[in-house]
Design a binder for this molecule. Structure first.
Ligand code: SAH
Length: 259
């Protein structure tokens, strides 16, 4: 049989979900042969990025919006894998602004169907956490490490001395955590239930649940924009404006180069 007998196999399509328009814009600008589709009230951008077929989408904010976007990516675009890039609040010890957290697993910190189910357990799933795909996550970890070693422009804006890559548990919920008391309470109640969380955000666990349901490999990487404390409301917008998009652009480039 010669190669003429078959159509050339198509490369698997990778979805890149961004949380914020600021992070996505830099990726759209680099997209080759961009094609926009509007579906479910959202814009989906297909094309080639660093030699890989991709579809770019904005998750929007919160669990339901992110789950809808992930479902559309799977059902409508038949993506083979999903990478989430975004920012998050640092909750764990030593998880500081400018660090990168690569998710190992996810839970919903606002899930509470007790006393019917234990606190944080996902009803009818018999589990509390959803796992990121190990192989995809290993590539993201390598991309995140290379991003911190990247030679950034010498304007000092990305100079987070000693910035680190962490790997562990992410907590998602429909709340922007921006108070020292709230973040302490969240850390303590999760830790009392045996969950040592590195970072808090608003979408990852929902996308992980959808990807679990469809058996689609999922990985997530978050740059720490704030410490979810009393300074979060000023740290977050400044970080997003000046820095998040640059991190996202380099992480995605290094990740796609490893596929
Ligand atoms: N109006 C704001 C809303 C941002 S909500 C804006 O668009 O500028 C915060 C986003 O960043 C969410 O996508 C969430 O996943 C993430 N995030 C960053 N820090 C967070 C924190 N301290 N608590 C919860 N989510 C956080």
């Amino acid at each position: 049989m010669t190669s003429f007998d078959k159509k050339a196999p198509q490369s698997p399509l990778t979805a890149i979900l961004s949380a914020l328009a600021e992070e996505q814009q830099g990726l759209i600008e680099l997209l080759e042969q961009p094609r926009k589709t509007v579906h479910a009230g959202r814009d989906f951008w297909q094309g080639t990025l660093h030699g890989q077929p991709v579809v770019l989408a904005l998750s929007r904010i919160g669990k339901v919006a992110a789950a809808t976007t992930a479902t559309a990516l799977i059902e409508r675009f038949q993506v083979s894998r999903i990478l989430f890039t975004g920012v998050a609040g640092g909750l764990g010890d030593g998880v500081e602004v400018g660090d990168i957290v690569v998710a190992k697993d996810f839970l919903q910190h606002d899930m509470d169907a007790s006393p019917l189910f234990p606190r944080y357990e996902m009803p009818l799933y018999g589990r509390t956490r959803f796992h990121a795909d190990a192989a995809l996550t290993a590539l993201v970890q390598a991309a995140a490490t290379a991003t911190l070693e990247h030679s950034w422009p010498e304007d000092g804006r990305l100079a987070f001395a000693g910035a680190k890559v962490h790997h562990g548990l992410m907590a998602s919920g429909d709340q922007f955590i921006s108070g020292t008391r709230e973040s302490d309470e969240l850390r303590q109640s999760l830790s009392a239930a045996g969950h040592h969380v590195l970072a808090v955000e608003m979408e990852g666990a929902a996308v992980a649940q959808v990807c679990h349901d469809y058996a689609i490999p999922f990985a997530a990487v978050r740059t720490i924009s704030d410490r979810a404390d009393d300074n979060a409301h000023t740290d977050f917008p400044a970080f997003v404006r000046d820095i998040a998009s640059q991190y996202a652009r380099v992480i995605v480039e290094k990740f796609l180069g490893k596929l």
